[in-house]
Design a protein around this ligand. Structure first.
Ligand SMILES: Cc1cc2nc3c(=O)[nH]c(=O)nc-3n(C[C@H](O)[C@H](O)[C@H](O)COP(=O)(O)O)c2cc1C
Length: 185
């Protein structure tokens, strides 16, 4: 028998999700945060969405820059997720404090996070409020990928161990031994 909850306070049952470090540069202000609420929205054109609370400093920066990078990190970079996700750029220069290595983007002005295994350069195409978070829809203009992806952009099991978030500061990763390529017949 499943327990049925109708007074829903904090629902996190949908995890695990991968962690992206998202952020941008607006003039001299440069800031990134951990983001687990993200989703692909369209292949053609390539659209990628991130959900950001108005409370985040990153919200201001991305709103001003009208662009962002989404930088996916591996399990060994778990500390970076906590640093970028539990400290605000409104009172700490996280890039300096946590020695985050950045490198220039190809198309947009905001840098990518060097230690990520894949980075998306996105230009904001739309912003819409959904409850306490806003959905920033980014058009993906460039993808920086480390070795470990197939030509179709599929993560090849074992080469990269993505960081997966379980909610409430718990993390896990994949077991490459479970990899299966399954077709319907
Ligand atoms: C793993 C993880 C995932 C997170 N995902 C999101 C998210 O998707 N959207 C959001 O608004 N905040 C999310 N947060 C919270 C922000 O990252 C956090 O409040 C951060 O300190 C904001 O930094 P800023 O004020 O410098 O923007 C997440 C935190 C963690 C640890």
């Amino acid at each position: 028998m499943k327990k049925i909850i109708t007074k829903i306070k904090k629902f996190q049952h949908f995890y695990p999700y991968t962690v992206a470090i998202v952020g941008a540069q607006a003039g001299k202000r440069l800031n990134y945060m951990a983001c687990a609420w993200h989703t692909a929205l369209s292949f053609e054109p390539p659209l990628f969405g991130i959900l950001i609370s108005k409370k985040r400093y990153t919200y201001q920066i991305i709103s001003e820059a009208r662009e962002f990078t989404a930088n996916f990190i591996s399990f060994d970079k778990v500390k970076l997720s906590a640093q970028m996700g539990r400290v605000s750029g409104s009172d700490t220069d996280k890039i300096k404090e946590f020695e985050v290595k950045l490198s220039p983007s190809k198309i947009i002005k905001s840098p990518v996070v060097e230690e990520a295994y894949v980075c998306f350069e996105c230009r904001v195409a739309d912003v819409r409020a959904y409850g306490d978070h806003d959905l920033f829809v980014g058009e993906v203009l460039a993808i920086h990928e480390e070795e470990g992806f197939s030509p179709e952009g599929v993560l090849e099991g074992g080469k990269i161990q993505p960081l997966l978030y379980l909610g409430s500061d718990f993390y896990i990763t994949i077991n490459p031994d479970t990899l299966k390529h399954v077709l319907p017949d």
